[in-house]
Ligand binder design. Structure first.
Ligand code: SF4
Ligand code: SF4
Length: 358
């Protein structure tokens, strides 16, 4: 009889997180009795063993230099117990085993410019994609738009005054790592790509580019005797999917790459089902360095939601209750036929196969 084979060690993926946990979190892992929030930015966990842990959450600028990381580590060593973790929205959390340490830790964080908050019904740190810093296809600087908005919403991070938690996100292209959120800011291309025919043959794997178009709008073509590509502009939906594998198909444009705002996305199953977000504003100027038009619309939606939603309604629940016509009335956003509706025919119309179509 053959012996059972030992499983081979998995050599990829993230390391086991338990080796980095605060000793009390490790000891009481999965054995918590309850938790509460003594004040915004502080979580208090009580284990069945009777042991207690206080977690202090602070906001960071997300993309950090070595100096900032050292400052945070020094605070962890001096005022906490040398253990930190980052949340998925780039908050940093410090764990301590005694309530006496919470006050000095908060004072040290705020004195160094890190706001304490982001728990409960607050506006959490805004998630954003990489932007100009280290991606090769962005149409805007997602982190810059977030910085401008977070400056305006600083106090909403430090307080828990929203009807429910609010997640915001910004994405610098329409197709890749963009996120779902209660309010999401997403780049929106409004013109088909401009092709540099001199470069296509040298730079692009043409069949891969043709296959990538979701509406089969790209065909191979000979231009000035050179192999290139052409786009059927009537079919093109300006998604930008051809640009990453073929940079000579430039779609970013200072005037025609705009911002759109989507609302009502939710990933979790908490209280209600996950929901897809819907577009509620489009054609907003991509206006660095502070993107004031974007911030104005996001704040308008956020504060109407804050005033009008019932306790514990997520943004999607609120819209579901009042209906889209009332949403546009209350936020005073202009409604057009291009907004809100999902394209239900996408499954049959979009290019969902790996076949190449010429
Ligand atoms: S959203 Fe698009 S452009 Fe922005 S970092 Fe992700 S892949 Fe790059
Ligand atoms: S991939 Fe997108 S942007 Fe490129 S041609 Fe097709 S629809 Fe237009």
């Amino acid at each position: 009889m053959s012996q059972p084979q030992m499983r081979r060690a998995i050599e990829s993926g993230v390391p086991d997180n338990r080796q980095f946990l605060h000793p009390l979190l490790k000891k009481n892992y999965g054995n918590w009795k309850y938790h509460d929030r003594p004040r915004p930015g502080v979580l208090h966990h009580v284990a069945h063993s009777g042991e207690e842990v206080w977690t202090v959450r602070a906001g960071t600028q997300r993309q950090m230099d070595v100096y900032t990381i050292r400052t945070l580590c020094d605070i962890a060593d001096k005022y906490a117990e040398s253990h930190v973790r980052f949340t998925i929205r780039s908050n940093i959390e410090f764990m301590v085993s005694s309530f006496d340490k919470v006050g000095p830790l908060i004072s040290a964080l705020e004195a160094s410019g890190f706001p304490v908050g982001g728990t409960g019904n607050s506006v959490s740190m805004i998630a954003h994609t990489q932007g100009w810093l280290h991606c090769d296809i962005p149409g805007t600087d997602a982190s810059g738009a977030v910085k401008a908005l977070m400056d305006d919403l600083y106090d909403e991070f430090r307080r828990e005054e929203m009807p429910n938690r609010v997640h915001l996100s910004t994405s610098c292209c329409e197709i890749n790592c963009g996120g779902q959120a209660d309010i999401a800011i997403i780049i929106q291309h409004t013109k088909p790509p401009k092709i540099n025919h001199d470069l296509v043959a040298n730079v692009c794997e043409r069949p891969a580019v043709v296959a990538r178009c979701p509406v089969a709008a790209i065909r191979p073509a000979l231009v000035n005797g050179k192999p290139s590509l052409e786009v059927d502009e009537k079919k093109c939906i300006c998604c930008g999917a051809c640009y990453p594998p073929c940079p000579p198909m430039q779609i970013n444009d200072p005037d025609h790459s705009k911002f759109a705002i989507w609302v009502g996305g939710k990933n979790s199953n908490a209280r209600a089902k996950p929901t897809f977000m819907k577009m509620v504003a489009a054609g907003i100027p991509n206006n660095p360095p502070r993107w004031p038009e974007v911030s104005e619309i996001v704040k308008r939606i956020l504060y109407v939601y804050k005033d009008d939603a019932r306790p514990w309604e997520r943004l999607s629940d609120w819209v579901e209750r009042i209906g889209w016509p009332r949403f546009f009335e209350k936020t005073e956003l202009p409604f057009t036929k291009y907004l809100v509706d999902d394209w239900r025919g996408a499954r049959v119309n979009l290019n969902a196969s790996t076949h190449i179509r010429f």
